[in-house]
Design a protein around this ligand. Structure first.
Ligand code: FPP
Length: 277
């Protein structure tokens, strides 16, 4: 957090927001559905690809801010398996932007010790894109700072299918297929996110109340934060606000937090006729 504060103007809006964040209760993992690029463009009478191009700046800002605050992992949803249904020019532009981003930002990623990973069905990517992503993963593999994880050719259901098939294949190779017993741990350990903590905070921009096939398993207890801001307009202020909102949430993970318990529950149950043991 101090890394961020030193660069902010004292008493500025972002400085006040950053001061309001408890560094002891940061989300370990933030995941973001970057939505609204198309709407941002059409509101300006621009082609959709202009929205995606404008979406690069918030990507840069969010990565830098998360790294400075001390977030352990950031997962960005850049391209879903379903996105192949979009026009060819739009899909090509998204690949071009991803490559451009990597080329431009890799030195900064290295300076900040960020470890870059991609998750999804990487075999289905155009080979120059795949090669470039793999080269970036290789060159940042020994970095020990924030993990930047980009979802490309990703879908949560496909991830679960791949995890289950991998478990079955492991058992087949070990000759233990007939005794195979699947557990939550065995599934988690075969997801693309194996080794990462589950996201604590899932941010979605542009107001849609949907999960869109993103991290279906991992977000079981994530706090959801949906903002009307369109992705190209998302800035450091929006991210700090999301973290502040996250810190106000009462996370119970299906249990109860300490608080006074009523002593008259049995009496009440009897009065309403729920007495069977
Ligand atoms: C959703 O907006 C956004 C995408 C499908 C692509 C996101 C990609 C980027 C921000 C750029 C590249 C990413 C990286 C990590 C460098 P939409 O087109 O669905 O918007 P709409 O719902 O308004 O149509």
């Amino acid at each position: 957090m101090n890394d961020l504060l030193v660069d902010l103007k004292p008493l500025s809006n972002d400085w006040r927001l950053a001061k309001g964040i408890d560094p002891e209760r940061l989300p370990a993992h933030i995941a973001i559905i970057m939505d609204g690029n198309g709407r941002w463009a059409s509101r300006r009478n621009l082609p959709r690809v202009a929205g995606h191009t404008a979406g690069i700046e918030p990507v840069r800002i969010v990565i830098e801010t998360c790294a400075r605050i001390g977030i352990q992992a950031l997962t960005l949803y850049a391209f879903s398996i379903e996105n192949w249904k979009r026009p060819r020019t739009e899909v090509d532009t998204l690949w071009r932007l991803l490559r451009l981003y990597l080329r431009r930002e890799l030195p900064e990623i290295m300076r900040n010790g960020i470890q870059f990973t991609c998750m999804g069905r990487l075999d289905g990517l155009p080979s120059p894109v795949r090669q470039e992503l793999e080269a970036a993963m290789d060159s940042t593999a020994s970095n020990r700072g924030m993990r930047l994880n980009v979802a490309v050719n990703y879908s949560g259901r496909a991830e679960l299918v791949d995890a289950l098939n991998a478990i079955i294949e492991d058992a087949r190779l070990e000759g233990s297929l007939k005794d195979l017993h699947i557990t939550e741990e065995s599934i988690s350990s075969r997801l693309y996110t194996a080794g990462l903590p589950d996201p604590d905070l899932l941010i979605r921009t542009s107001g849609e109340m949907r999960i869109s096939n993103f991290l279906l398993w991992q977000i079981a207890y994530a706090e959801l934060y949906v903002t009307e801001t369109l992705w190209p307009d998302f800035r450091r202020t929006d991210l700090l606000q999301a973290i502040i909102e996250y810190q106000k949430r009462d996370r119970r993970f299906g249990g109860l937090n300490a608080g006074p318990q009523r002593a008259d529950a049995d009496e009440w149950l009897e009065a309403v006729g729920v007495t069977a043991r």
